[in-house]
Write a protein that binds this ligand. Structure first.
Ligand SMILES: C[S@@+](CC[C@H](N)C(=O)[O-])C[C@H]1O[C@@H](n2cnc3c(N)ncnc32)[C@H](O)[C@@H]1O
Length: 146
């Protein structure tokens, strides 16, 4: 979990804590936007190093959470032919699900700049897009921390 702790304690992520009043008293902008000039995902798009930092931090949490899902509730995936991981970051979680349940056609869906640098995984299709505008057709949806 080291990368997650390093991300959350980085100057970019700590600065919003000093701008909490922006939400309550001022413009209604999020504290992140007040501190860093853009919302969190636009900021990541313009700062590839920070985006990679987020992806790696999400992956270290996924390496803990997804094996627990696979071990504790495999029956959830019975009969599922296709599954979209919405906001799947660098695809770490979906790759683990695909390995555990190889009959599932996985679709890794995230913002285009995130998918562009995600690893290619056998049995997994990468699709970039904005989930608030259009989503791929699928049998099931997987959302973790989104
Ligand atoms: C907190 S991360 C969660 C990552 C992953 N699901 C996990 O739990 O490890 C949120 C993800 O949602 C993606 N995201 C944010 N807004 C999105 C949108 N409008 N459409 C698609 N993906 C989006 C981000 O790029 C990011 O990868």
């Amino acid at each position: 979990m080291a990368t997650l702790i390093l991300l959350e304690s980085s100057p970019v992520m700590l600065a919003p804590w000093h701008s909490l009043s922006s939400r309550v008293l001022d413009s209604g902008n999020s504290p992140f936007e007040t501190a860093n000039g853009k919302d969190v995902w636009s900021y990541a798009e313009k700062n590839p190093g920070h985006s990679k930092f987020i992806d790696e931090a999400m992956a270290c949490e996924a390496r803990v959470a997804v094996p627990a899902i696979i071990e504790e509730c495999p029956q959830v995936f019975d009969g599922i032919k296709s599954l979209v991981d919405f906001g799947g970051s660098n695809g770490t979680g979906l790759a683990m699900l695909g390995k555990a349940f190889p009959w599932i056609h996985g679709i890794h869906f995230d913002l285009p700049y995130v998918v562009a640098v995600a690893a290619k995984v056998d049995g997994v299709e990468n699709i970039g897009g904005d989930m608030f505008e259009c989503v791929p057709k699928t049998g099931a949806a997987f959302l973790m921390k989104v």
